[in-house]
Design a protein around this ligand. Sequence first.
Ligand code: ZN
Length: 104
Amino acid sequence: MLLHLMVQEELDLPLYQFHDDLTWVRCPECGFDYQKVQLPIQTFSGEDDYKAPWIGKGDLLVIPFVGECGAEWDLCFGFHKGRTATFLRIKKECPQAHLGAQDY
Ligand SMILES: [Zn+2]
């Protein structure tokens, strides 16, 4: 429950709580909950020297998602000076979001 609230508030990622211990990830743009997680194939070594492809100093872990709504986006964790930042990156905008389909 605590992780659910932290992710939802910090990332502004809409989540849908299905059970006390199970929460569905939703499209960050339209809210549709059919989102398939991909293998976290992209890890970048920043060597603690701003070499990874993000604004922080250290390593970056990217977990890609592909939504049945048509969106493609990444959940990212980046290491920076002892702390880990988390953020979302939209790779392909959701075609449903522009149709007002926010009420899945
Ligand atoms: Zn969507």
